[in-house]
Design a protein around this ligand. Structure first.
Ligand SMILES: *[C@@H]1O[C@H](CO)[C@@H](O)[C@H](O)[C@H]1NC(C)=O
Ligand SMILES: *[C@@H]1O[C@H](CO)[C@@H](O)[C@H](O)[C@H]1NC(C)=O
Ligand SMILES: *[C@@H]1O[C@H](CO)[C@@H](O)[C@H](O)[C@H]1NC(C)=O
Ligand SMILES: *[C@@H]1O[C@H](CO)[C@@H](O)[C@H](O)[C@H]1NC(C)=O
Ligand SMILES: *[C@@H]1O[C@H](CO)[C@@H](O)[C@H](O)[C@H]1NC(C)=O
Ligand SMILES: *[C@@H]1O[C@H](CO)[C@@H](O)[C@H](O)[C@H]1NC(C)=O
Length: 311
């Protein structure tokens, strides 16, 4: 994840209105999976009966054990090549040979961002060389591929990436273009429409978004407005909120979290999976059992928080 602010995006905040938007069921919604090893029960709320969520990614190449009993058709796993590796091609090929219909993959998490903000911090040249060896053969098998998932400030990096491919003798082709945004609705819509005007021939996937560090009311208004907006935009194929975790580990502010500290879905969490609000707010204290687990597993908690911050 990554944050940007600019006068333009701040000005866009004045667009917020008091209008309410109705969340209709959406097939575009997916899960940015941030597992919590202390509370494995949390992982199942996203796939409860009737959930709207149709796909997930976990920043890695292997499906998550928590969803091992979900077929690709029920809950599509999208492998990600997080940063250059020489094993991505063989790993994805093995999944396909094993009978899993991998139809989409993601490439490079915030390659233009530093490790401090969870970026993979690689040059366009290195990314291009690795794409040519690991991604192009999968595209030839018919696997649809996301362009490098740059931060909201990554337009130049992306241009340089495609130029680097060309100078290495290959036209790298992306089948869809990921967008990340932590700005208000005006900022999010600006990032989406700009990506689409730069690359008009392919759809957009919003693979990380939230409006970080806002009041609950502002966050809920943003949530409804942005979901309705992306459902309406025909060139946005998929979107995934960054906040599918407990309030206590949120690095995007407490109100962006979809779970309270007892693992209950907040109102936004319920709306996200296509259910009605039940009045649960973010925050609250951990359950007694949870607190004991936390005390016994402090190292684990620290690791989970560090892992989250590293996204
Ligand atoms: C958001 O949408 C839900 C579901 O349609 C609705 O109940 C709620 O009032 C909306 N909230 C805001 C702040 O617009
Ligand atoms: C899938 O496995 C999880 C545990 O990993 C379990 O909680 C869940 O109920 C299982 N779902 C189904 C549909 O079998
Ligand atoms: C694989 O998944 C894609 C996209 O969901 C679908 O179009 C295709 O028919 C599937 N292929 C097989 C062999 O099931
Ligand atoms: C890449 O695409 C351009 C424009 O379509 C074309 O002129 C060029 O020959 C292509 N290069 C390769 C190596 O395929
Ligand atoms: C999406 O379309 C619906 C139906 O036309 C409309 O009511 C709603 O306001 C639109 N959402 C946004 C954010 O423009
Ligand atoms: C949001 O708050 C978190 C702490 O909860 C902080 O690390 C982050 O930098 C803040 N983000 C912005 C954009 O202010």
């Amino acid at each position: 994840m990554h944050f940007t602010t600019s006068a333009l995006l701040l000005a866009a905040s004045t667009l917020t209105t008091a209008q309410t938007y109705t969340n209709s069921p959406s097939t575009k919604r997916g899960l940015v999976f941030v597992p919590n090893s202390l509370y494995p029960g949390d992982n199942q709320v996203w796939v409860q009966p009737g959930s709207d969520l149709t796909w997930y990614y976990n920043y890695g190449v292997q499906p998550s054990p928590a969803y091992a009993n979900r077929s690709q058709e029920e809950f599509e796993f999208v492998p990600m090549l997080w940063s250059p590796t020489t094993t991505f091609l063989s790993d994805v090929t093995a999944l396909i040979k094993g009978g899993r219909n991998i139809s989409h993959i993601l490439a490079y998490n915030e390659p233009d961002g530093t490790a401090a903000t969870g970026g993979s911090n690689i040059t366009p040249e290195v990314a291009a060389a690795n794409w040519i060896s690991q991604i192009e053969p999968l595209r030839k098998l018919g696997v649809k591929t996301g362009a490098p998932a740059v931060t909201a400030a990554g337009a130049t990096w992306l241009q340089e990436f495609f130029a680097a491919c060309a100078s290495q003798g290959t036209n790298c082709t992306a089948d869809f273009f990921p967008v990340h945004s932590y700005d208000n609705w005006g900022g999010l819509s600006y990032h989406i429409t700009t990506m689409h005007s730069n690359y008009p021939d392919a759809p957009v996937w919003v693979t990380e978004y939230a409006y970080s560090n806002q009041t609950l009311e502002v966050t809920q208004d943003f949530f409804n407005q942005s979901a309705s907006y992306m459902d309406n935009l025909t060139y946005v194929d998929r979107y995934a909120w960054f906040g599918t975790f407990r309030t206590e580990v949120s690095n995007v502010g407490p109100n962006a979290a979809f779970l309270n500290n007892q693992g209950k879905l907040t109102d936004m969490g319920e709306w996200w999976v296509g259910k009605a609000a039940t009045g649960v707010q973010p925050g609250g204290s951990s359950s007694a059992a949870g607190r004991n687990a936390v005390e016994m597993g402090l190292g684990l908690v620290a690791a989970a928080v560090v892992g989250l911050l590293a996204l």
